[in-house]
Structure formats: structure tokens, C-alpha cells
Write a new protein. Structure first.
Length: 688
């Protein structure tokens, strides 16, 4: 569990993960004979080491580890191995000293010599540590061989729940060669394999791995230029972390740090799509989380570089200058743990050059340009030497062996299918024989029934095809409309920042921006209007977490109208479709914001009605709904449309879609309202 953090995640985050993984597995020894356990003294010191590393005191943690082990008279094999495993992670992630890491890996293999079968899990971890050390050294061809050998040993000697970590290394080898699209299938396979681990003792380790794999998958899509797919997987990573973090408060700092990393990545992806407003919001969230003591300042540097680039692109030079000054101070730090990574230095020089060039500071721009190309050329020389190694031949040879193993397994599966097919065929022949015996007696009646069924089937097929074609055409048209609308919003937002605009031009641009935003919201509703709800994919959902997430995403709309949302949420878990239920809550909260005046209050409450049903209440103190319109507001083609308190454009689709989703979950929705005093929407959903 090391190489993917060397790609993106910074040093302290990396060491925390190594220690967390260790603590998840330290008390769960391998199911082999004579497996030595850790003494109470060692377990206690390792907990202290984890705590120190979590709060940014990695060097102090290693000193404590060494001093404690010096007091042990005869540490056993497992105790020595765990000490070396932690030190490997420290030397690679904090000191970035591959030579020292190499010596520690030698020690790991030495203590296991002759005991490989007894300490199977530890032996595989040691081989992978060698691969990780070679990866950090950029000897990718040698690293891949160790990863491959470790996987082969694991396939023969470990249970299936250990395979996913090894499959992931195959994807990372492709990633490091910048063959991102080829890396994706391996990483997806690793995620699928990790989902087979169901035992409680494996779950903590799997969860730590899975969020990292999802993030790496998103990085592959982003680096391959598929930004929308990347954002989709970043969002999946955030949802996964949200669902796990509350269950493991003992690792709160780790999960917050991970969330900060994902926000920074997501902000960078949105910036590449020119969605600057959303990009800025996520980058600021990332910096706010990780630019703190005990979290991840190195990742915060990366987010600041992305945000500075965004400000330069939109000509917000004042904000860019503040960030560049902060990064320059970090660049000048003398302490090793505070030094900026080489890739970040290169990016900083590039941004300083672009900033000076845009402000016509030619002499400064030239200095930064020289620094950039000097560092760039040295890195290119290293990368060129790495890329001309015989990695392609290594990949082909190992891929052939791997595919051969898959084919062997596939042949076994096919044999099983053939046997099953023969059995079913025999059964089918028996059934056909019985049908033939009765055919003469029922021939006339069957003919009539078959003819009627054929006619009905043909008519039903024609209707389904027509409906699906109409729905698909509408979705294609609506989806294609979203891009020009988003572009219009971005362009008008940029033009409105021009202080030299004539009053008339400014007014027209504001009108265009409002119209575009309203149109984009309408297309979002249209995309959800005809969604099939009959076969909802349900999963356990923490309803209180989902509502909190919706409120956080809409806090900017609330801030625009200076409103306040009060929430009172019980902790309730429902079996539901996360995406659809999020849509319900988002529609209801947006509705409350839209029809409440500036400065108003909105109340959201979640509680159990009984053991079978939970209820959500969204109450506003706005304009209310007249009695004559209350029966119409849930209709798709209603004429009960009214503008919001700030002139927001109505489309009449949101509540209709909300009702469809709620009823598809076996629930109900209703309204209580009084004109001039506000409205209260109630949603009742089954808990199971």
C-alpha cells in the first residue's frame, strides 16, 4: 500500500496510511501455525507512534520506535518485521531516502528468510516493499517484476481477500508510464476484488485502500483528458469517505486529510473544464482542510498552485499574487520536512513566469522562465532515461503469463458451463417430450393463445421502442443544450467583471446570465423527468449525512439571500437509492430557498415516526401556497407556476420529479401551507 501515495499523496498522509493499515492488521495475525503475536509493550508503543505521525510528528515517532525496541531483549520475528515495515514507509515518504529504504527492506527479507510459508502475509508485504522502494527510485521495470512475483506468491498461498492490493500494482505500473487508459482496467479490477472482502477484520484495511483506489482511478481519467469521468469518480470518492468517516472517528484526521486531497483534485478537474466558480470553491475547501498543523501542508501547496493558476487565467492578479507569495516562502524553507516537492517547484516557476508575463514585467518573467526550463530539462532527462528502459518487453512477458492464468481459469469455468448446459438440455428434452404428449389435446387452444400473445407482444414492443426512442432523443437534445448554456454562464460572468462596461450593456449581460442559469436548471429537471424508477438500485444510506451534504452544497444559494437553515436530524439509515434521494432533498431545499424572502429562516427536521417509517420535514416562512394550487404543484404539466421571492424562474418539474422518486421508494409526500406564512413539505419513507 505504498506506490499510489508516492504518485499523488504527500508524505505525512502516506505514513499515516501505513500506520493505520498496520494497526488494522496487527491484532489479526495470519491463520498459519506458530504465528508469533506482538507483545503488549510493542502494541502500546505502536499506538503512540501512530498518534505522533497523525499529528505531524513523524520524526519523533520513529525515535520513539527505535528507543523502545532498544529496550527489548529478544524481539520476535513479527515484532521486528512490523518495525521495519513502518521504517520503510518513513524513509520513502518523509525523508525520501531510497538508499535507507533499501537497507530496511533487506532487513525485512532477512528476518523472514526460511520462514516464508509460516509468515506468508508478511513475506508478500516485504516483496511489495521492495517493489515500492524501486518505484520510488524510478526503476519501474525491476519494480514491476517484484509486484508480479508477489502476486503469484499470494495467489498460491493467501486467501482471495488479499489479491486486490496486488492487482492494483499492475495498474500503477501503467500509470507511472503515463499509460493512463491502460491503467484503468487494472484499478477497476482491484476495486471489484476488494469488494469481496466482507469479514470485519478486513473491512478497515479495505476501506482505507478503496478510497485511495477510487481517487487514483479519477486521476487516470483526468490525466487522460476525460475530465467529466474524473469528476464522477472524485464525487464517488467523497461519497465513500462520507459514508465511512463517521463510522471510524478514531481516524478522523486521516479521513479529513483524504477529503482535502480529493477536493483539491476535483477543483483542478473543474478548472480544466473552465468551470472556474466551482473549481475555486473546491480548491478553497481543500486548502482550508490541509493547510493546518497536523494535516497535509504539502497537498495544500498543490491546491494553492491550482488556485493561483485559476486566478491568473481569469485575470484576478491580486489574489494570484497572494498565493504566489505564500508558495515562494515555502520554496525558501530550509527544513527538509517543509521543502517543496520538485514537481511543485516546476509548476511554481511556470506560474510565476506566466504571472509576470501577463503583467508585462518582462525582466522578472525572463528570470522565472530560465528557472522553469532549467528544472524542466533536468526532469525531462531523467524521465527520458526511464522511458527508454525495456518496460514494454517486461509488460508483454508478464502480461502473457497473467493472461495465460486467466485463460486457464476461464477454461475451467467454461467446462462448468458446458456441464450445466448439458444438464439443462437434458431437462429441456424431458420437458419437450411431455409437452409433445399433450400437444395434440391442446393444439387448437394453444394456437389461439399463441396468436394472441404474439399480437400483444408485438404491440407492446412497438410501444416500448417508441417511448424509449422519444426519451433517448429528448435526453440527447437536453444534454447537448447544457454545454452552450454553461459556456454562456461562464462568458457572461467574465464579461460582467469588466468595470468599463456601459450600464446598458451590463444590464443586458446580467439578463443573459440569469436566463442561462434558469435554462440550465430546467435542463437538469428535464434529464431527471423520464428516468425509470421501477428497478431502483438501493443501498443502506445514512439519511442524516445525505441531508447535511445537500445543505452544505446549497449554502452558497442560502448565503446569496442571507437566509439561515436550522437542522434537527436523528441518525437514521434507510434502504434507498442515494442519487434519487439526494435529488428529492435538493429539490425541497431549493424550493424553500426560492420561495422564502431574504433573511428568512428554513427548518429541516428528520425523525422516526415509528419502527417502520422515517419522516423529513422542510419548513419555510415564505409566501405560502394558495389552497387552489396545492393539488396541482406535484403535476408535471401544471399551470401552478410562480416566481421566487427574488424573481427566480419557475419550471414546474422539480416537485413532480420529487413525488415520482418518493413513491417509487414506497413513500409519500404532502404539503401543509398558509398564504403569507410559509409552507411545510413532509416526506415519509420506509426504513427497510
Amino acid at each position: 500500500m505504498l506506490s499510489h501515495f508516492l504518485i499523488k499523496y504527500p508524505s505525512k498522509y502516506h505514513l499515516i496510511l501505513v500506520l493505520c493499515l498496520f494497526l488494522c492488521s496487527a491484532c489479526n495475525t495470519s491463520p498459519t501455525k506458530n504465528n508469533t503475536r506482538l507483545s503488549n509493550k510493542v502494541q502500546q508503543v505502536l499506538l503512540k507512534v501512530d498518534s505522533l505521525a497523525t499529528y505531524g510528528q513523524s520524526r519523533k515517532a520513529i525515535k520513539l520506535l527505535d528507543s523502545t525496541y532498544n529496550t527489548l531483549k529478544t524481539p520476535n520475528t513479527k515484532e521486528l518485521f512490523e518495525k521495519y515495515r513502518i521504517k520503510v514507509g518513513y524513509y520513502m515518504s518523509v525523508e525520501r531516502d531510497t538508499a535507507k529504504a533499501n537497507l530496511v527492506v533487506d532487513s525485512m527479507l532477512l528476518v523472514l528468510k526460511g520462514k516464508e510459508k509460516q509468515y506468508r502475509t508478511e513475506y508478500v508485504a516485504a516483496i511489495f516493499a521492495r517493489g515500492d522502494q524501486l518505484t520510488a527510485k524510478k526503476s519501474y521495470d525491476q519494480a514491476f517484476k517484484y509486484y508480479y512475483d508477489a502476486r503469484q506468491f499470494a495467489l498460491k498461498n493467501l486467501d482471495q481477500c488479499n489479491y486486490y492490493e496486488y492487482t492494483y500494482r499492475f495498474g500503477m505500473a501503467r500509470y507511472l508510464q503515463e499509460r493512463y487508459l491502460e491503467a484503468i482496467p487494472y484499478i477497476k479490477q482491484a476495486i471489484a476484488e476488494s469488494e469481496t472482502c466482507k469479514s470485519p477484520e478486513d473491512l478497515a484495511r479495505v476501506n482505507l485502500s478503496r478510497q485511495a483506489y477510487l481517487n487514483t482511478l479519477a486521476l487516470c481519467y483526468e490525466k487522460a483528458g476525460k475530465f467529466e469521468e474524473a469528476i464522477n469518480y472524485y464525487q464517488k470518492t467523497v461519497s465513500f469517505i462520507d459514508s465511512i468517516a463517521l463510522k471510524r472517528p478514531q481516524n478522523a484526521v486521516f479521513w479529513q486529510t483524504a477529503l482535502g486531497v480529493i477536493y483539491g483534485n476535483m477543483g483542478g478537474a473543474y478548472a480544466k473544464l473552465n468551470n472556474y466558480k466551482v473549481a475555486e470553491r473546491y480548491l478553497k475547501l481543500s486548502i482550508a482542510i490541509n493547510d493546518r498543523l497536523g494535516f497535509d501542508p504539502t497537498d495544500a501547496q498543490t491546491a494553492k498552485l491550482k488556485l493561483a493558476d485559476l486566478y491568473i487565467r481569469i485575470s484576478n492578479f491580486k489574489a494570484a499574487a497572494v498565493l504566489l507569495a505564500q508558495l515562494q516562502q515555502i520554496l525558501e524553507q530550509k527544513k527538509p520536512e517543509m521543502q517543496m516537492p520538485t514537481n511543485s517547484k516546476l509548476r511554481l516557476y511556470e506560474l510565476q513566469w506566466q504571472y509576470a508575463d501577463k503583467l508585462k514585467m518582462k525582466s522578472q518573467a525572463y528570470v522565472f522562465l530560465q528557472q522553469y526550463y532549467k528544472l524542466h530539462d533536468s526532469l525531462e532527462k531523467i524521465n527520458k532515461n526511464l522511458k527508454i528502459t525495456d518496460m514494454s518487453m517486461a509488460f508483454k512477458a508478464h502480461d502473457q503469463q497473467y493472461k495465460l492464468a486467466l485463460l486457464t481459469q476461464e477454461n475451467k469455468t467454461k467446462k462448468i458451463y458446458i456441464i450445466v448446459f448439458i444438464a439443462f438440455s437434458a431437462m429441456a428434452i424431458c420437458v419437450l417430450f411431455l409437452v409433445w404428449q399433450n400437444r395434440q389435446r391442446l393444439k387448437s387452444l394453444n394456437t389461439i393463445i399463441l396468436d394472441q400473445n404474439a399480437d400483444l407482444h408485438e404491440a407492446l414492443t412497438a410501444l416500448e421502442q417508441s417511448q424509449e426512442e422519444n426519451t433517448r432523443i429528448m435526453k440527447v437534445i437536453v444534454h447537448d443544450l447544457r454545454s452552450p448554456m454553461a459556456a454562456a454562464i461562464s462568458i457572461t460572468s467574465i464579461l460582467l467583471k469588466n468595470e468599463k462596461l456601459e450600464p446598458g450593456d451590463s444590464e443586458l449581460l446580467k439578463l443573459l446570465e440569469t436566463s442561462s442559469i434558469n435554462s440550465l436548471e430546467m435542463t437538469n429537471d428535464l434529464l431527471n423527468m423520464n428516468t425509470k424508477l421501477e428497478n431502483l438500485l438501493k443501498e443502506p444510506i445514512e439519511m442524516h449525512t445525505l441531508i447535511n451534504h445537500c445543505v452544505n452544497l446549497l449554502k452558497f444559494k442560502v448565503a446569496e439571500k442571507q437566509q439561515k437553515i436550522n437542522i434537527d436530524l436523528e441518525e437514521i439509515v434507510l434502504a434507498a437509492n442515494r442519487e434519487k434521494l439526494w435529488r428529492v432533498m435538493s429539490n425541497l431545499i431549493v424550493n424553500a430557498i426560492k420561495f422564502s424572502p431574504a433573511g428568512a429562516q428554513i427548518d429541516i427536521k428528520l425523525f422516526k415516526v415509528n419502527e417502520e417509517f422515517a419522516q423529513v420535514m422542510v419548513k419555510d416562512y415564505g409566501i405560502g401556497v394558495p389552497e387552489a394550487l396545492r393539488e396541482k404543484i406535484f403535476d408535471i404539466f401544471t399551470d401552478a407556476k410562480r416566481r421566487g421571492t427574488s424573481g427566480e424562474q419557475p419550471f414546474g418539474l422539480g416537485l413532480a420529479i420529487t413525488k415520482q422518486i418518493v413513491e417509487a421508494h414506497g413513500g409519500s409526500i404532502w404539503l401543509e401551507s398558509e398564504v403569507g406564512k410559509g409552507s411545510t413539505f413532509f416526506v415519509e419513507l420506509p426504513i427497510d
